[in-house]
Design a protein around this ligand. Structure first.
Ligand SMILES: [Zn+2]
Length: 111
């Protein structure tokens, strides 16, 4: 059996390996946090950098990658701050990113 997020081996009764399950729990606990805060939260539980990268690129239940979900949450918070009620869906974020319009908005700025 393989983890649905990273495709590593996992225990048969789990959907995710222990590492991804932990990252998913952190993600759910910090839903709405921006990418920087989310990465800090992952690091705070001692997650390995490769595991985090893999998890961000994963789409564990077919609703979009974790990275796109964080970006969609950030965009919606931003829209709400400007009084906009339109919600940006994960699919829309993915489309913008694939068209190259998304830029580096959801990445950490270079140090
Ligand atoms: Zn995994």
């Amino acid at each position: 059996m393989r983890c649905r997020a990273c495709r590593e081996r996992r225990r048969w009764f789990r959907r995710l390996c222990d590492e991804c399950a932990q990252l998913l729990a952190v993600f759910n606990a910090h839903r709405g946090a921006d990418m920087g805060a989310m990465l800090d939260a992952f690091m705070a539980v001692g997650a390995r950098r490769e595991a985090v990268e893999r998890f961000l690129a994963a789409d564990p239940d077919g609703h979009g990658t974790i990275r796109d979900r964080i970006a969609a949450d950030m965009t919606n918070d931003l829209l709400a701050a400007f009084g906009q009620t339109a919600r940006q869906s994960v699919g829309e974020v993915k489309r913008l990113r694939e068209r190259g319009l998304w830029g580096a908005f959801d990445r950490r700025p270079p140090q």
